[in-house]
Design a protein around this ligand. Structure first.
Ligand SMILES: Cc1cc2nc3c(=O)[nH]c(=O)nc-3n(C[C@H](O)[C@H](O)[C@H](O)COP(=O)(O)OP(=O)(O)OC[C@H]3O[C@@H](n4cnc5c(N)ncnc54)[C@H](O)[C@@H]3O)c2cc1C
Length: 574
């Protein structure tokens, strides 16, 4: 009875697996575009964060997921309810603005940060929170300098101009503002290859909603860019193809090899752009500037902390930046050309004329946009640097006691990578350093890793160096770690054991279409596996129960007698 009952369910499960894999293989367009990128001359980087791979090449875009593969955020990773509940000394104040840092001056002239003035958004409440040990500012690269300026720390001329009492003349505050800029090129493509299908086709939306909710997979995990190229503009020819890299150019330890541009191929573009055929899909191939050499600044527009500061971006004032973007736009054109040559249906909607630098520049000036990767306005550097620093190598504000900064503003130069992971690492490093200075004897740390970190962060903040440091650090961090099993994409509350990590990543890293049924099963989140197992067991038990009931209620078939009668007949008389 049990096998009979299980058989249809097992069949349905297998059929569903096959259909699901088929559906996924139909909608995964990453391979098509990845192939085009490879064919124009870029090499695969197997692990973008590996210190052993060249700094340039292309890879599938990585994103922050938890140990079950679901999208994750800093909020969920670092402030889960159990952490908040378990720490009576942790208070999270929402709907308030930090308006000013309060200082005291010692008899020897030392200035110390003592507290932060907070105000509710509706201005009904004002409060000063004092700190026994330290204050850490983390308002981001645009707002941290604003708060310092409002508190009287910054270039003396600007403070005087705004009528703010000068606490300390710190020329670097708000200077050296950097960003990654992006220029979009737009194409029409088959609807089934574009995220736009989720808007146009309710069935696609439902399918992907199901995929996400049930399997933690599918289009909702899309980072908007499927493939990202990191490139060196100096090796791109006028057709947008890269030259073969020499052994030296492949050396990831040489800062000269850091990529100065990126190209992001995204299965979505702006459908409202004039000329887009909205019956088809929309695809964008975006050129981004990585190592900007231009510097803007942040200044106060008003002494009201709610008023946005004045951000003078000074984009592309350095000629190198334009050169890098021109190369990147030529690469976007080469990718589209390659796709077209292979018979892929791709129609240009808004693209630059790449035949001359002047024409490309015109396009750049018209469509330049930000990636929102602002950094370096309170940079970690000596105060007497050509571009004066604001914090030292322990993130302490120069000349002020008990005040640190831990956010994108301290990054010395805009990194040749997306900054989010770097900001997490900086925050963790800051926490370690605070803990070390608070408990000088009770906290041990890998001294080598520590000193290497300073050297690395000051020399060049490449993502590869960052990973190396993070891997080393994972040995002694037991909580709230950003760890890596070859790729720093998994934010976890606990460090996973190496074994777990290996098993998980080897199966997950296989393309869905190439997994065996067993591997697909292993790759499912543990909770889903338990749910499926329980469901199958439940169906089996229900089947047994139902068949027993039916046997009791229904009359036996005409050609069969009840067992009791037969047994009575067959038993020989005593
Ligand atoms: C739309 C968008 C997309 C992005 N995509 C990516 C990406 O794909 N990959 C990537 O690596 N990076 C991405 N970034 C960049 C990344 O989010 C930032 O680099 C990173 O969040 C910077 O962290 P931070 O701590 O420096 O600042 P933030 O994350 O900006 O944190 C600052 C916090 O301080 C609060 N704050 C500011 N002023 C005050 C005040 N006076 N009082 C109280 N609170 C205050 C702000 O509300 C904010 O919550 C993206 C950014 C944006 C905006």
């Amino acid at each position: 009875m049990v096998p009979l009952c299980l058989a249809p369910e097992t069949f349905i499960l297998i059929a569903w697996q096959v259909l699901w894999k088929y559906a996924l293989s139909k909608v995964t367009t990453m391979n098509v575009r990845g192939d085009a990128v490879r064919k124009i001359g870029f090499r695969d980087i197997i692990d973008m964060h590996s210190p052993f791979e060249p700094s340039t090449g292309f890879n599938k875009m990585q994103y922050t997921v938890d140990s079950t593969g679901r999208r994750h955020s800093a909020f969920r990773a670092y402030l889960p309810a159990e952490v908040v509940r378990g720490r009576p000394n942790l208070h999270v104040c929402i709907n308030v603005v930090a308006t000013k840092v309060e200082f005291s001056e010692g008899s020897d002239g030392t200035i110390s940060a003592e507290g932060v003035e907070l105000e509710s958004l509706d201005r009904s409440l004002k409060r000063i929170i004092t700190a026994r040990r330290e204050i850490v500012l983390s308002c981001g690269a645009l707002r941290t300098p604003q708060l310092l300026l409002l508190s009287g720390i910054g270039p003396i001329s600007h403070l005087r101009e705004k009528g703010i009492r000068v606490v300390r003349d710190t020329p670097g505050v708000g200077q050296h503002l950097q960003d990654h800029v992006i220029i979009q090129t737009t194409y029409n493509c088959p609807l089934s290859d574009s995220l736009y299908a989720m808007v146009k086709q309710p069935t696609t939306f439902l399918r992907e909603t199901y995929n996400y909710l049930r399997h933690g997979a599918g289009w909702f995990l899309c980072t908007l860019a499927e493939v990202e190229i990191f490139g060196l503009s100096s090796v791109i020819n006028s057709d947008g193809n890269p030259a073969m890299l020499s052994e030296e150019q492949r050396n990831p330890y040489n800062p000269a090899n850091l990529p100065d541009f990126c190209v992001l191929v995204a299965p979505i573009g702006d459908p409202s752009i004039p000329g887009v055929d909205t019956t088809k899909g929309v695809l964008s191939i975006n050129a981004g500037l990585m190592l900007s050499k231009s510097f803007g600044n942040v200044r106060l527009r008003s002494t009201d902390p709610r008023v946005e500061p004045l951000c003078d971006m000074q984009y592309l004032t350095a000629p190198e930046d334009r050169a890098a973007l021109r190369a990147a736009l030529r690469v976007t054109n080469a990718i589209a050309r390659q796709l077209r040559e292979e018979g892929y249906e791709i129609d240009p909607v808004r693209v630059p004329d790449v035949s001359s630098d002047a024409a490309i520049d015109e396009y750049i000036d018209k469509y330049i946009d930000t990636m929102y990767h602002y950094t370096s306005t309170c940079r970690m550097a000596p105060e007497d640097d050509v571009r004066p620093g604001v914090v030292d190598d322990e993130l302490r504000v120069h000349g002020i006691r008990k005040l640190r900064v831990a956010d994108g503003s301290v990054i010395p130069n805009v990194p040749a990578a997306h900054p989010q992971a770097l900001v997490y690492a900086l925050a963790e490093k800051c926490a370690d350093m605070m803990r070390m200075s608070a408990e000088p004897t009770g906290w041990t740390c890998d001294g080598d890793a520590q000193s290497r970190f300073y050297a690395m962060i000051n020399a060049s903040l490449s993502r590869f160096n960052l990973l190396r440091w993070t891997n080393e650090r994972a040995r002694y961090v037991t909580q709230h770690a950003v760890v890596s099993s070859g790729a720093m994409q998994t934010t976890q509350l606990r460090v996973m054991s190496e074994q777990q990590n290996k098993q998980y990543s080897s199966v997950r890293s296989k393309p869905v279409g190439q997994r065996t049924l067993g591997e697909s099963w292993v790759a499912l989140p543990a909770r889903t596996r338990i749910q499926i197992s329980l469901a199958v067991t439940g169906i089996a038990l229900a089947g047994i129960y139902l068949s027993d009931q039916l046997e009791r209620v229904l009359p036996p078939p005409a050609d069969k007698k009840p067992l009791s009668e037969g047994a009575a007949k067959d038993v020989p008389p005593p």
